[in-house]
Structure formats: C-alpha cells, structure tokens
Design a protein around this ligand. Structure first.
Ligand SMILES: [Ca+2]
Ligand SMILES: [Ca+2]
Length: 347
C-alpha cells in the first residue's frame, strides 16, 4: 500500500533486480525517461490520480491517492534533475533518478516494467518495505502555551506575562511501518493568542534536538514564505517579524521539518509542564522572542518565559501573575522574578 510513496519520494533505494545489459534501444530509454518525467510532472501539479496512471503494482488506488495527497507539502516543489544509468533487460528496467524536492537533492533507483508496450514505474514484487516518509500522521504530540513578559529583568517589571502569548502544537509523522520509530516530519503550528504590551517582538523557533539532516519550510497561513536545510547543529527560524502584527492579522505559522531518511526521536521524552520546568526547560525547542524596543532576547529558561497548558488564562494587563494564581509567589528579587510551584495554574 505504501509502495507508491516509495517511488514518489525516491528516498529508499529500490532493489535492482535487472542484471542484464542494455537490451533495449534508444526508443525504450526515451520512453522510460518520458514516463518518469510525466509521473513527476503530474505529482508536482498535485494531480495524484494522473501520477498513478504511470505506475503499476501499487495496490489500492484510493489509499495511494490519499497518501499522495497527504504529501501536498511537496506539490510545486519537485523537479526532475536527471535520469541516468538506464538498464533494460527484456520487459524490466531500472533507472537512476535525481530529484530536487523542497530544496533537497534526492538520488534513487527506480524499477520499471513494460506492460502492453508501455513502460510503467513498478512499485511491486520483491521491494523491501522501505523506511520512507509517507506523510502519515501518527502521533499528535501536544500543544503548549508559551507566555512572555517583555520588560527587563533586574528592573521595574509588572510580571503580567501576557505581553506575547502563543500556542504551539507539535505533530509528528513517521513511516507508518510497524516497529519503525523513526521520525520523518514534524510540524510546529504556532497560533497567536495575546499581545498586551506597548512593545513589539520578533518571534523565533530554534531547535537542535534532531540528530539528522533534512529540510524545513515555513508557512504563514499556509503560504510558504521560507525554507532551508536542517543539519544536526540545528535551525533558528524567524516565525514573525512582528508579534503585534501577527496577532492583529491572526497569522498562524507552520514550521515543518523533514527528515527523508528518518531519525530517532520520541516526543514523549519531553514534558513541558513537569514540576520544576516552568520556563520551557521541558521543551525540545526554544520559542524565543527578541524585544524590538529594547533588544532584549528572552529564551526558554528565562524567568520571563512560561510554558503552560493552553487552558490557562493570562493575567489582565498590568496584573502580576501571582494575583490570579496564588500558588505563584510574588517576586521579591527582580532578577529572579515570581516563584513558581508545581501545577501553579491549577486552582
Ligand atoms: Ca509585562
Ligand atoms: Ca502586559
């Protein structure tokens, strides 16, 4: 069922079963190039049903279309850069295909079979179930509300923690193969909630928790606005250049990170709400802000940043957080801030 995706992402190396030499002529080579180009053109246009017509041995068509549709992030982002090393043996063939997918080059070997005089991309028989992305959502991680106090530490501060508040949802996608714990894609979806301050901020999301290489894309209200590569040294992406404008316009940001070969990562290893981790220490990413008016940068771990469940209500403007939340101790040291306790947001 998943085999079409194998070919369509061309990430796994499909087993080459054709040992023979070039038994076909230039006509066959040209036809093979055409069918590979046509399949990817249809895919790139988002016409998955058409893409399937260039494939065979793919099992249930409805499921294949559903899975390809789930890969819509790549629509418009796929270019066939080269088709080389075509080996034809009777009615089967292999070809080395170089693709440029969402900013990354992928090289892989594709199997083909000639049926009634037409070459088709062969997803069936004998290919190992490969660990490849299939766009299947398998684990909705969690949503964390992050609240920021934007006034300076060690100075006058109202500690209302409502100066910028956003909800961040994490969704993971894996290969959908039993026993495969690998992560192929993660989406961070950021939804603005409050901006109760005279200041404005730039909001970033930095992450270096993933041990692998891949790519990322940023979407603002589902329009792709930026992209790049991911390396184990991590990324630091500007989500919003103005949090105030993001709230006013209701701009939802989605940062998607892709690992074509899969990486080990278990979102369940992290608990952003655990006792003692009040300031984002339990996150595996850093949703930080730069206060444009002061140049202050407030990262996870700072007393002015909170990670809380989404059902909390931030304090009113200018009201210190310990007023509505009496489990929080008042700030006596302006460099330390309020004193938080386990599950302080619960009545
Ligand atoms: Ca404040
Ligand atoms: Ca405020």
């Amino acid at each position: 069922m998943k085999k079409l995706i194998v070919v369509c992402l061309l990430i796994a190396v499909l087993s080459a079963s054709c040992g023979g030499g070039d038994g076909g002529g230039n006509g066959d080579s040209a036809a093979i190039k055409n069918v590979i180009h046509d399949m990817w053109d249809a895919y790139n246009q988002g016409n998955y049903a058409k893409a399937l017509t260039y494939c065979t041995n793919y099992g249930d068509e409805d499921e294949e279309i559903a899975q390809m549709t789930a890969m819509k992030n790549f629509t418009g982002n796929v270019t066939v850069k080269g088709i080389e090393n075509i080996k034809i043996s009777g009615s089967s063939a292999t070809a080395k295909v170089t693709l440029y997918i969402a900013g990354q080059t992928d090289i892989d070997e594709v199997k083909l079979v000639k049926i009634d005089g037409n070459w088709k991309i062969n997803m069936g028989e004998g290919t190992e179930p490969p660990p490849v992305i299939n766009g299947e959502e398998t684990d909705i991680g969690y949503t964390t509300s992050v609240g920021f106090e934007d006034l300076p530490l060690c100075d006058w501060n109202d500690w209302d923690h409502n100066d910028w508040l956003a909800d961040i949802n994490v969704t993971t996608y894996d290969a959908g193969i039993a026993g495969d714990m690998k992560l192929y894609q993660m989406d961070f979806v950021i939804t603005p909630q409050t901006h109760m301050t005279a200041f404005d901020h730039e909001m970033h999301l930095a992450v270096d928790a993933f041990d692998g290489t891949g790519t990322w894309e940023l979407f603002l209200n589902e329009v792709r606005t930026a992209s790049g590569g991911y390396t184990p040294s991590g990324i630091d992406v500007v989500l919003y250049s103005s949090t105030g404008a993001a709230l006013t316009s209701g701009t939802v940001a989605r940062l998607s990170v892709y690992f074509p070969e899969g990486i080990y990562f278990n979102v369940g290893d992290y608990d952003p709400f655990a006792a003692g981790t009040y300031h984002g220490e339990g996150l595996f990413y850093d949703p930080y802000i730069k206060v444009l008016n002061t140049g202050d940068v407030i990262h996870a771990g700072d007393a002015r940043m909170l990670s809380v469940p989404t059902d909390w209500t931030p304090p009113g403007e200018g009201t210190a957080i310990w007023v509505p939340y009496p489990k929080v101790g008042a700030a006596s040291d302006p460099c330390v801030g309020p004193v938080f306790t386990a599950y302080w947001w619960k009545p």
